[in-house]
Write a protein that binds this ligand. Structure first.
Ligand code: 4AD
Ligand code: MG
Length: 462
């Protein structure tokens, strides 16, 4: 018989004379003559309760079953006399699919710390919290596609291996087919013998490729893994993370801000709607102010503030002396500044725009003042920077000048520059850190706890 998922059984319209449930035992309690089991199959947060009468055969199986075991239970779905659930299973058969030794199975009934669960990342999806997290993560991915699809934007698969550095921050992982021995050879020799015959890296952003497609298909987005070898061991940075990057032709910086704000609100709304039960867990046990925070984001328009005014505000505010880093014109905003602006001052998301040209990459559009570029960052409470984007420099001469000023090789960007040679057009885009969005939606404060298997400096388990 085909198994019935636990979510389907719990939401059944009527009793079922026959069904099979397959899942993992969360708890087992034995009474005289019968046993209670709580079974979870990952289809939803809730377990289904099973009551099963003892027969000699059933008792023999039950003896080998403890928390963590995989089982199959056949029986009927009946109204539950107990509180807290409408339906339960009256079992009449039980089969042990996979034994779990109760002596060594690490997930016991008590609450475990996030640190401990990180050390068993392969088993943590079997807990309530991480089951909920990864169901939400899946739903949020779908929501990203839904949002852009409804707008008629096309999904582009941009390459993971690349020969160009989009952000110019030198935080790239090298890709090579050479062995350790070859690394002793001269650079020229290595490049000659290496797979691509040139330097190659894991991408830090799909933007440059996405721009080519925006200038052909109108509106596109890429959504894939990106890699950064920044050695910052923070709760917000991972070496491998997913980024959502829309790129839109005939759109300026304001259109870009509108799109970012609309997308953030859409994604929150979608998840609140589709994952209500799972979100409730986080609102109850992880962050008591989660719901008001999310509703506040949904119901207010984001503050929009030029960088110059943000610096002024930060250097004059009461808290300015308490910042670890000074907020000064010409320096990037630090997380503490970003959080102050959105969390304490405006108490809602803030879009800071028009950053000094010196601190931004070559592709951002130079403003008429020639001192700032059309960049925008969306800062949100508790996370800081969630989105980074810009209007792109569409003027060939200005772009070439910027590439030269930054000491980059124009030949490396010949194909990128071609797009400005042939039918160039104003266009804009941004990147949203998918994990940071997930942190915001769940109130979880460490990026390691929203990725199935996190990759951070000196940490590559699993
Ligand atoms: O601001 P970033 O560096 O922007 C870009 O890469 C642009 N090329 C994007 C574009 O315009 N298409 O990164 C974008 C976002 C950040 O705002 C942040 O949310 C996230 O990516 N991010 C990280 N998330 C986790 N770990 C890291 N190490 C991250 N670095 C950036
Ligand atoms: Mg950024």
């Amino acid at each position: 018989m085909k198994r019935t998922r636990v979510d389907a059984a719990l939401n059944a319209e009527s009793a079922m004379p026959e069904l099979v449930i397959k899942g993992w035992v969360r708890t087992k309690r034995d009474s005289k003559g019968f046993s209670f089991l709580e079974i979870n199959d990952g289809s939803c947060l809730k377990n289904i309760q099973v009551v099963i009468d003892h027969t000699p055969e059933i008792e023999a199986v039950l003896e080998q079953i403890g928390t963590g075991a995989a089982v199959s239970i056949s029986g009927e779905l009946v109204e539950s006399p107990g509180k807290g659930q409408k339906w339960e299973v009256r079992g009449n058969g039980i089969e042990l699919i996979g034994f779990a030794d109760p002596e060594s199975f690490p997930l016991q009934k008590k609450r475990h710390t996030d640190e401990f669960l990180r050390s068993i990342a392969h088993l943590r999806p079997r807990t309530n919290k991480y089951g909920a997290m990864f169901r939400i993560r899946s739903e949020l991915s779908w929501a990203v596609h839904q949002f852009f699809r409804d707008k008629g934007y096309y999904y582009v698969h941009t390459p993971i291996i690349t020969g160009s550095d989009c952000e110019g921050a030198g935080e790239m992982f090298r890709v090579t087919s050479l062995g350790y021995e070859d690394l002793k050879k001269s650079t020229e020799e290595q490049l000659e013998q290496d797979f691509f015959g040139q330097e190659s890296h894991l991408t830090v952003s799909g933007q440059l490729s996405a721009e080519m497609f925006a200038l052909a298909l109108g509106g596109v987005y890429t959504f894939g893994p990106t890699f950064r070898a920044e050695n910052s061991n923070t709760a917000r940075h991972a070496a491998e993370f997913w980024m959502v990057e829309p790129e839109v032709a005939f759109a300026d910086l304001n259109d870009n801000m509108d799109l970012g704000e609309e997308m953030i609100k859409y994604l929150i709304g979608h998840v609140l709607d589709k994952c209500a039960q799972d979100i409730e867990l986080f609102a109850k046990f992880v962050d008591k102010s989660l719901m008001p925070t999310l509703e506040n984001i949904l119901n207010n328009s984001f503050e929009r503030l030029p960088y110059t005014e943000a610096i002024e505000l930060l250097s004059k505010c009461k808290k300015s002396k308490k910042f670890e880093y000074k907020a000064e014109y010409g320096l990037d905003l630090q997380t503490e500044h970003e959080r102050y602006l959105s969390e304490e001052h405006f108490k809602k998301p803030v879009i800071v725009y028009d950053y000094p040209v010196e601190i931004k990459p070559f592709y951002m559009r130079l403003n008429d003042d020639e001192k700032t570029v059309g960049a925008m960052d969306i800062l949100v409470p508790r996370i800081g920077e969630l989105i980074g984007g810009s209007q792109r420099e569409e003027r060939l001469d200005v772009l070439e000048r910027r590439i030269n000023e930054l000491g980059l090789e124009p030949e490396d960007y010949w194909w990128y520059l071609d797009s400005r040679r042939f039918g160039s057009a104003p266009h804009s885009g941004f990147g949203m850190g998918f994990e940071r969005m997930l942190m915001m939606i769940t109130g979880v404060t460490n990026i390691r706890d929203v990725i199935p298997f996190p990759r951070t400096p000196s940490s590559l388990d699993f």
